[in-house]
Design a protein around this ligand. Structure first.
Ligand SMILES: Nc1ncnc2c1ncn2[C@@H]1O[C@H](COP(=O)(O)OP(=O)(O)OP(=O)(O)O)[C@@H](O)[C@H]1O
Ligand SMILES: [Mg+2]
Length: 149
C-alpha cells in the first residue's frame, strides 16, 4: 500500500488516522533519507495517541524517548547507532514487546535485531513537498492493520 503526501500537514494527518488504529505492542519501522518526513510522521502519531502537543522531538542523543498518551509511545531514532550492540544496551526489547507502541526511525540499523513482525514504512521524496510512504505489513497483525487504513 502507498500513501501519497503532498505536504507536511498531509503526512501529519495521515499519521493521526493511523494512530487511532494502533494497539499495545505494535511496532512501526521507518526508513528513508534525512528530511523525508519520519519525525513529521511521529509527531502525527503522538497527536493521534493524545500525547501532549510539542513534546515530541528527535531523540538525537538518547536513542529513545517515551511519551504517555492513550498508549505509551516509544520513539527510537537509530541514526547515530554505530554498533548494533548499542540497541541491546538500551534494553530495546522491553519497549518493543511491551504495552506501548514503538516507532523506530532509521530502522535499517536494527540489523539482526529487526523485529520479525512489524509495519514497515518507507519514506521517499517526490519533489520539494511531495513524499510517498510505502507501507508493508510483516505478520498477520499488521496485515489486518493495513486493511483498516
Ligand atoms: N509531504 C511531506 N511530509 C513530511 N514532511 C515534509 C513534506 N514536505 C515537506 N516536508 C518537510 O520535510 C522535512 C521533514 O523533516 P523530518 O524531521 O520529518 O524528516 P526525518 O525523516 O525525520 O529526517 P531525519 O532522518 O533527519 O530524522 C520537514 O522540514 C517538513 O516540513
Ligand atoms: Mg527524524
Amino acid at each position: 500500500m502507498t500513501f501519497h503526501s503532498r505536504n507536511p500537514e498531509e503526512t501529519h494527518s495521515w499519521a493521526i488516522r493511523l494512530a487511532k488504529k494502533l494497539k499495545p505492542g505494535d511496532i512501526l519501522c521507518l526508513y528513508g533519507n534525512l528530511g523525508s518526513g519520519k519525525t513529521t510522521f511521529v509527531k502525527g502519531l503522538a497527536e493521534g495517541l493524545k500525547i501532549k502537543p510539542n513534546s515530541v522531538s528527535s531523540p538525537t542523543f538518547v536513542l529513545m524517548n517515551a511519551y504517555d498518551g492513550r498508549l505509551a509511545l516509544y520513539h527510537f531514532d537509530f541514526y547515530r547507532i554505530e554498533h548494533q550492540e548499542e540497541i541491546v544496551g538500551i534494553g530495546y526489547d522491553e519497549f518493543l514487546f511491551g504495552k506501548g507502541v514503538a516507532v523506530v526511525e532509521w530502522a535499517e540499523r536494527f540489523g539482526k535485531y529487526l523485529p520479525p513482525e512489524r509495519l514497515d514504512l518507507h519514506f521517499d521524496y517526490v519533489g520539494e513537498t511531495g513524499r510517498t510512504i510505502r507501507v508493508a505489513a510483516i505478520g498477520e497483525r499488521y496485515e489486518r492493520l493495513i486493511k483498516e487504513l
